[in-house]
Each structure stands twice: as C-alpha cells, then as structure tokens.
Design a protein around this ligand. Sequence first.
Ligand code: LMR
Length: 326
Amino acid sequence: MKKLITAVALAATLMCGTVQAAPMTIKFAHVVAEKTPKGRMANKFKELAEERLPGKVVVEVYPNSQLFGDDKVLEAMLLGDVQLAAPSLSKFSRYTKQLDIFDLPFLFKDMAAVDRFQQGPAGQKLLNSLEKKGLLGLGYLHNGLKQMSAFKPLRVPADAKGLKFRIQASDVLAAQFEQLGAAPVKKPFSEVFTLLQTKAIDGTENPWSNTYSKKFFEVQPYITETDHGLLDYMVVTSAEFWTGLPADVRDVLKKSLDEALAYGNQIAAEQAMSDRQKIIDSKRSEVIALTEAERAQWVEAMKPVWQKFEDRIGKDLIEAALQANQ
Ligand code: LMR
C-alpha cells in the first residue's frame, strides 16, 4: 500500500512537472578557525547565499584545513573539488608574481592604506592576475598586520639572527627572514602549532586572530608588535565554475559575497584588538611594544627585500601601493 501511494505521488509530481533539481553544492574551504575574520566571513556568505537562493544552493564551509590545506586548495579548485577559497595573498606565488607586492615588509602604513590600495584601480586589476591559470579573484578580505613571536624576546633585528621561523610559501617572506640572518621554513598553517610545541622551529609571524585562535601564544612566550607585514586574503574561484553558473545565480552569489566581505573587513580590526587583549590577559605570552628607534631598525634591516623584488613585482605597482599611504 505504502509503495502504491509513493508511486502515485511520484507520478503526480512528474505530471505536474514540479520535480525540483537537487540544489547545487558550493564547497568553501579554508584553513583558519571559525572565530576569525575569514571564518566569520565564510559563514556569513553561507547564510546570505542560502537565504537568497533557497533550494538552489547549499554552501558547505570547511574550516581548519578540514578539506584542503592552502598548499593543495588551488589545485583542487582547478579539478572542481572545491569552488571557493580565500588563501592568504602570500600563497599565490606559484601562480603570479604580482601578488608578491603584498608581502613587501613595511609597505603599508596602516590598514586604511591597504584598503585604499585594494579597492583602488591597481588593487582591483590584481583580482584578474590569476586568470591565465584558470582562477578568478572575487574580492579581498582583511586579517591584518603580522607580529613576530619566538621563545626569546625579539626587540631588535639582531635578536632574530640564527633562529628558524615558519613562513607561508612565499619567496618574499623567505627573503625577509634571510635578511635578518634567520632561517625561513615554509610549512602549511596546519602544522605550525606542533612545530612550535616540539620546538622544531623557534618562531613565526602571524596576525593576532591566528595567534589567538590557533593557540600559538601558548607555545610562544614572546610576541613583538612589529606589524611588519600584511596577512590579507583573496577570495578565489575557478573561472570554469564561475562562468558556467546561470547568470541570475551568479549575480546573487556575488552580491552575497560582496556583503560578506564588507562584513569581514569591518570586523577584522576589532577582532585583532580583542584577540590581542585575550593573549595579554592569558599571561601565557608577553607582548612586547617597540620604541620608535627599535622599529626603525626593523624597517632598515628589511628594506633590501624591496630592491630584490622590485623588477619581479613592477615599479609601477609598488608606486601605486605607496600612493595609498598618502
Ligand atoms: C598562514 O598560513 O599563516 C595563513 O595564511 C593562514 C591564514 O589563512 O590566515
């Protein structure tokens, strides 16, 4: 009897032509915790997209490198195994040289300057810099400025000499630490805590929200407020996936993403400050402020990195970034 009712219901549905296509699944993979600017932005995007495209789209967000680490995610995207990701701007080195600009030490005077550059013509053009590789940049997201941490206090560049620092896969970041006489070690984000805990490395550089949410402060007794470089993100998708979407769906997804990015960019600074305070309150790590003179030494020590990468990045692009400081 039950089978008969099901068959009748199915026939009726087919006759009325109301069989719904299964919703499309969009996988968004990232490597950080959920309570970070990137985690919160990705969840906001899911909320907005699913609310606006009910029954049409399901967004699955995979935080904490659950689906792919940043070393694999772009390859996976080109194979169609993930549709959205927001790797740090330092992780595109293999795909384009232009995005290396964001790793130049002490390039931007503050996050407002970063914002002006990213939202201005030069920054917007860079969203297309991955096109030849089959990837599209859909927008920028802030995390913020990076601090250096170690098992010993780092007050002047000489303090970093001889130490091993974990870095993201970027040649500019490697040059930055080499310039200090330190040894850069390129490792995926998911390995950083264990590397520090086992003392396989001596230090690292990260913005406050990553240092707090991944508990690096529990295994790094000293954090210096160097604010020497930027850790921001580009949301990327595969050109094949994006251009293959029905235009109306794509428009709603883009609008939802733009709103999620605006939200993420708005909360990033506030999250950085509150995570910084939580680290201070924990008393697990001492936060070291630099004097003007000490800071000037770090700027000076890292300056040669600019000359090294000037040709590769392009003088005009560096000039455009510097303009954003004014
Ligand atoms: C890192 O590897 O340190 C960062 O890129 C992680 C992230 O996504 O913030």
